[in-house]
Design a protein around this ligand. Structure first.
Ligand SMILES: Nc1ncnc2c1ncn2[C@@H]1O[C@H](COP(=O)(O)OP(=O)(O)OP(=O)(O)O)[C@@H](O)[C@H]1O
Length: 245
């Protein structure tokens, strides 16, 4: 039986300028689920993810990982369990070499160097980038940076993976490799994206957000074939569902 791993209860968030970005969100995600978070520009997807990883804190309500509420005090534990991939890999990669970037998390966590090395090799191997380990990170291609940014979270051995727009700026080959890689992960996954075709392939469940509120939460197949529902939230059917020719 699956158990609750993430729960949002009556979560509200507004930015300091007063902009209400997340309103009354209730959401329960189970162990091993793969959930697509979709919605138009400005709907609140990134804000939702940042609340989930403790980069922002709710103004009202509570988010729990298992039984642990996300607070400033529990952040170290939360960051160990949740791997968060930023929309822009450059925000995640700031060391000189690929090796040091992937080693950063475990080193920072006080893990001994031998174990760090094992984890770095493992993580880079998983994303197919072991050959890049001595390269200067900022000179990598966009696709390589994306893969290495995933390695930086894998080296922390999280059980939850959160990704913000992982396929934006990837060419079709790199996108395909990324989707296949994510498919192979057994982690609980939450992916915010405009790539609805990826959601169809990767996520059995979809959460549709509009103006900070959950408009629909359910089977991906049902939500992504509901033209009216998608259009009411400023979206279109996934490309593979459209009659283009
Ligand atoms: N730092 C901030 N200060 C004030 N308002 C913000 C800030 N960041 C985001 N917002 C606003 O909050 C709302 C939600 O933004 P968010 O980035 O979460 O949307 P999103 O669904 O991720 O959009 P996109 O698809 O464009 O990435 C938007 O109206 C946005 O302008």
């Amino acid at each position: 039986m699956s158990h609750h791993i993430i729960s949002f209860r009556e979560v509200n968030f507004s930015y300091p300028d007063g902009k209400k970005a997340i309103e009354d969100i209730n959401l329960t995600i189970h162990h091993g689920e793969s959930v697509g978070v979709i919605g138009a520009n400005g709907a609140g997807k990134s804000t939702l993810l940042m609340l989930l990883v403790g980069l922002l804190f709710p103004k009202k309500g509570e988010i729990r990982i298992g039984d642990t509420p996300i607070t400033k005090r529990t952040l170290a534990y939360i960051r160990q369990r949740i791997g968060y991939c930023f929309q822009n890999p450059d925000e995640q990669l700031f060391m000189n070499t690929v090796y040091d970037d992937v080693a950063f998390g475990p080193r920072n966590f006080g893990i001994e160097e031998k174990e760090v090395e094992k984890r770095v090799i493992n993580a880079l191997g998983t994303v197919g980038c072991l050959h890049l380990k001595d390269r200067v990170t900022y000179k990598l291609s966009g696709g390589e940076k994306r893969a290495v940014s995933i390695a930086t979270i894998l080296s922390m051995e999280p059980d939850i993976i959160i990704m913000d727009e992982p396929t934006s700026a990837l060419d079709p080959g790199a996108r395909r490799r990324l989707i296949n890689l994510l498919k192979s992960f057994e982690h609980t996954k939450i992916i915010a994206t405009h790539d609805l075709d990826m959601v169809l392939e990767l996520c059995e469940r979809t959460v549709l957000i509009n103006e900070g509120k959950i408009i629909a939460d359910g089977s991906t197949k049902e939500i992504l074939t509901d033209k009216k529902l998608l259009e009411s939230s400023g979206l279109e059917l996934p490309l593979c569902m459209q009659k283009i020719y």
